[in-house]
Design a protein around this ligand. Structure first.
Ligand SMILES: Nc1ncnc2c1ncn2[C@@H]1O[C@H](COP(=O)(O)OP(=O)(O)O)[C@@H](O)[C@H]1O
Ligand SMILES: [Mg+2]
Length: 404
């Protein structure tokens, strides 16, 4: 850090005479009296001097690193280890699947296998996924794709979207794990109509293994429930999170897709996930409060993980015009202040079928599969980055590294 006194000393050096500290201070005082010696004016008068330029650069760097707090360093640690950026695994799209949106659809016709048998779409997917796992193991990649679902503000519809996406993907033959990581306020099990005996808190405390804590839901999807009212999940320490991530690591070998439903906001555990994942679905509503909190989360996510693919979903919008207006505001603010924007995945209309499905504890994808909201969710499920949501090293190993 260069103070005014040091600037004066430098000035003295420049004019050839080494002044005493007191002399330099006297110069400073008289310059101050004339309104001349602010660091700005000193800086101007020293333009072109290499030593001063170097000192100024060092000072700016010190300021910058001071501004970046512990959370920002999470991302640095991960990318410094080469884990996230630029190392997206060179894997083929996850599967050839029928597009919900009717765009780029791959028709699932039975194919004759080399052995002469008929491969069904499902067995082909299983074979493809096995091949992918093999390829992943060969280059040390994780086998599961991991998608985080988060929002700045609570109640935007993350859990509704996460549970329905999990079902939509499971319906297509994917081995899906839904992890409810809403610290202490979990409800994905309610949305799916399940009553799990164990949750992520039990895994964190070492009472059961991660595999033992899973419960089966519709279409064979598995749920790792979150803790309801459990203090241990509200504010876990770094050591507890590390133990949990280590315990969850084996699950990556058992699934094709892991969807992580986060609590609202920027808890330490959410940021650790964001530093490690390659793909984030950011859920917002059209209200200014939800947009503003969503922007804050997007900004932080990009800070800890510049390579992150972020897709925005405007949920529960009254109509398309309002949804697009909200997107435009988000896009404008992030472009203006951050210089980059997320991608728009789409919007989901406010639909009475959703609260009715919640009440019935049967996700809308099953209870009202043709309702407008589910149709839009199907388009979210088709967002292409989900097919590539994988990095060179296993997700939970990167998350653990982010904590160090
Ligand atoms: N598209 C929608 N249309 C109508 N209601 C919705 C929609 N999405 C979510 N909701 C309602 O919002 C409530 C909160 O959703 P939830 O997924 O629990 O939010 P979060 O997980 O973000 O806190 C749900 O109980 C549901 O009834
Ligand atoms: Mg939720």
């Amino acid at each position: 850090m260069l103070n005014r006194f040091q600037f004066s000393r430098l000035r003295a050096f420049r004019f050839g005479g080494r002044k005493s500290a007191a002399g330099a201070r006297r110069d400073e005082r008289s310059a101050d009296a004339n309104g001349l010696a602010t660091s700005e004016t000193v800086r101007d008068s020293w333009e072109g001097d290499e030593r001063v330029a170097r000192l100024l650069a060092r000072r700016a760097a010190a300021k910058e690193s001071h501004r970046n707090g512990a959370i920002e360093r999470l991302g640095e640690r991960v990318s410094a280890s080469g884990a996230v950026a630029a190392t997206a695994a060179p894997v083929a799209p996850a599967r050839a699947r029928t597009s919900h949106a009717g765009v780029a659809s791959t028709v699932e016709t039975p194919r004759t296998s080399p052995e002469g048998g008929v491969q069904t779409a499902r067995s082909r997917q299983a074979a493809e996924s096995t091949a992918r796992r093999g390829a992943g193991a060969a280059v040390g990649t994780s086998s599961a794709r991991v998608v985080c679902i988060a929002s700045g503000k609570g109640g935007t519809g993350k859990s509704v979207l996460a549970s329905n996406l999990a079902i939509l993907w499971a319906q297509q033959g994917e081995r899906v794990l839904l992890v409810d990581f809403d610290a202490g306020l979990a409800n994905a099990h309610l949305l799916l109509g399940l009553a799990p005996p164990y949750d992520v808190g039990h895994v964190m405390e070492g009472q059961v293994t991660a595999r033992e804590a899973l419960v089966e839901g519709p279409h064979g999807l598995k749920l790792l429930a979150g803790g309801v009212g459990r203090q241990v999940m509200v504010d876990p320490t770094r050591r507890e999170l590390d133990r949990l991530f280590k315990a969850l690591r084996p699950l990556e070998d058992d699934f094709d897709l892991i969807i992580i439903d986060h609590g609202a906001g920027l808890s330490y555990s959410t940021v650790a996930h964001l530093a490690a994942t390659s793909t984030l679905i950011l859920v917002t509503n059209h209200e200014v409060t939800a947009l503003s909190d969503g922007y804050a989360l997007y900004k932080r996510a990009h800070m800890v993980n510049p390579a992150l693919r972020v897709g925005l979903v405007v949920n529960r919008a009254p109509d398309e015009r309002i949804a697009m207006d909200a997107w435009e505001r988000f896009r404008f603010a992030s472009h203006k202040f951050l210089g980059h924007t997320p991608e728009l995945i789409g919007w989901i209309p406010a639909d009475l079928a959703i609260p009715q499905a919640v009440q019935m504890r049967k996700p809308a994808a099953l209870s009202y599969p043709d309702c407008a909201a589910v149709k839009s969710m199907k388009r979210v499920a088709d967002w292409p980055p989900i097919d590539h949501a994988r990095s060179a090293q296993p997700f939970y190993e990167r998350a653990r590294r982010a904590l160090r």
